[in-house]
Ligand binder design. Structure first.
Ligand SMILES: [Zn+2]
Length: 245
């Protein structure tokens, strides 16, 4: 064998190493795209969205009750104020006409009745508010737990992603150093075959079998390959992958 033949054979051997690194890079990319931490974070996010949506409905009911309560309390204050003004007039001694006094007392009684009715309504609203406020507190507690879980998952995700990225960079560097020493046409040939053949563009020929498709080559073909010069481009007759002898 001539020295240049050895060099080419080495190039195909090196291509096998490049391919091993490419497969590692592919596995790392797959792992990074399918991290359980990311899936857990997505599930956490979906649960938070669900709780937030349920909470916002209850929150709207809460706001409406509080709005009605404020209106009622304003009205109670007005009615009470008017009753107190009437009472002040009644007890001031400024009204002496019995008919006017009676009218004043009737007004005061009517206002106090109205005040009691409004206060009953107010109590009902307070009772309605109780479970609503409790539900909001429960939602807030759930959201706090989910937010804590999310930040833990985020930290774990950041850590595992950084590890994968570092490993990817290390292998990527190793791959490009190795590829730099391989003939550009040979490398381009491999890269095209790798795309066409599902990630495996080159395989070892062992015992007359292609390491890529695992089919046996014909004895005639194996014999023909054996007689080829060392730098010859050899492909599997079954799957078309490059073969390393
Ligand atoms: Zn094959």
């Amino acid at each position: 064998m001539e020295p240049c033949d050895d060099a080419v054979v080495t190039a195909y051997d090196e291509l096998l190493e490049v391919q091993a690194l490419d497969l590692s890079l592919q596995q790392l990319a797959h792992r990074r795209a399918n991290l359980p931490e990311q899936a857990a974070l997505d599930a956490n996010s979906a649960r938070r969205t669900g709780v937030e949506s349920a909470r916002s409905e209850v929150d709207a009911a809460h706001r409406e009750l509080v709005r009605r309560q404020h209106l009622l309390e304003d009205e109670i204050n007005q009615v009470r104020g008017r009753a107190e003004t009437h009472e002040a007039t009644l007890y001031s001694g400024s009204v002496n006409n019995p008919r006017e006094l009676q009218a004043l007392q009737d007004d005061i009684e009517a206002l106090r009745r109205r005040q009691r009715a409004l206060e009953d309504d107010d109590l009902e609203i307070m009772e309605e508010l109780e479970p609503v406020v409790a539900a909001l507190a429960e939602f807030d507690a759930q959201l706090t737990v989910l937010a804590d879980e999310a930040s833990q998952l985020q930290a774990a995700l950041g850590s595992v992603t950084a590890d994968i990225d570092a490993e990817t960079a290390r292998i990527g560097q190793e791959r490009s150093d190795l590829a730099a020493g391989i003939d550009a046409d040979v490398l381009a040939d491999y890269e095209q075959l790798r795309v066409q053949c599902g990630g495996v563009g080159i395989a070892r020929l062992e015992g007359g079998h292609c390491g890529g498709c695992h089919l046996a080559l014909s004895a005639v073909e194996v014999d023909r390959i054996r007689k080829l010069p060392g730098d010859a481009r050899v492909v599997c007759e079954e799957c078309g992958r490059l073969l390393v002898r």
